[in-house]
Design a protein around this ligand. Structure first.
Ligand SMILES: [Ca+2]
Ligand SMILES: [Ca+2]
Ligand SMILES: [Ca+2]
Length: 176
């Protein structure tokens, strides 16, 4: 009758436990691997978000609330005090990004030196074809408009020449 109790049952039980431990180990490894993947993914996302924020902070109006307004020269002076300058728009993509910041803001272009010849603050020419100008602009209206703003209004979206003494918000750009 002693055969009723299998002599190797403890071993089987041990094997089962070992299998269970092995399974648990594999499961833990998988979990650990997944957790590590998740952590790396989160780090990647954080880096991506941080990169986006750096760009936004660099280009956002610096040291001023959206309500603070200055004429073009004082706006530029403020930027330069921050070791920056009024923004130079290098591409349609940059223009689209900046247009999303505010409905109207000074940018770093002027035709003061020669009427009709628009230059950025670094002396390079403003593109007429490569950037979006508001309809009919520049028009040098109302006795002269020699400073550049970026406008985003329904039916009036793009670069516009504007009176330099007009009070406006502004956008600085700081080279990295
Ligand atoms: Ca730029
Ligand atoms: Ca002008
Ligand atoms: Ca105009």
């Amino acid at each position: 009758m002693s055969a009723v109790l299998p002599p190797h049952q403890p071993d089987i039980s041990l094997d089962v436990q070992q299998v269970n431990r092995t399974k648990a180990g594999t499961s833990n490894q998988q979990l650990h691997s997944r957790s590590l993947g998740l952590v790396l993914l989160c780090c990647g996302l954080l880096c991506f978000i941080q990169a986006l924020l750096n760009i936004a902070l660099r280009l956002a109006p610096m040291g001023s609330s959206q309500q603070e307004r200055k004429n073009w020269d004082d706006s530029r002076r403020h930027c330069r005090q921050e070791e920056a300058d009024l923004v130079i728009i290098n591409s349609r993509a940059e223009q689209a990004f900046l247009s999303g910041l505010t409905a109207s803001a000074w940018v770093g272009m002027t035709d003061r030196d020669q009427e009709g010849t628009w230059l950025w603050v670094d002396g390079t020419a403003v593109s007429y074809d490569g950037l979006l100008w508001a309809p009919g602009q520049p028009d040098d209206s109302l006795g002269g408009e020699d400073c550049g703003e970026l406008r985003k209004m329904t039916g009036f979206n793009g670069l516009n020449d504007y009176g330099c003494n007009t009070m406006n918000v502004w956008i600085c750009e700081k080279p990295l």
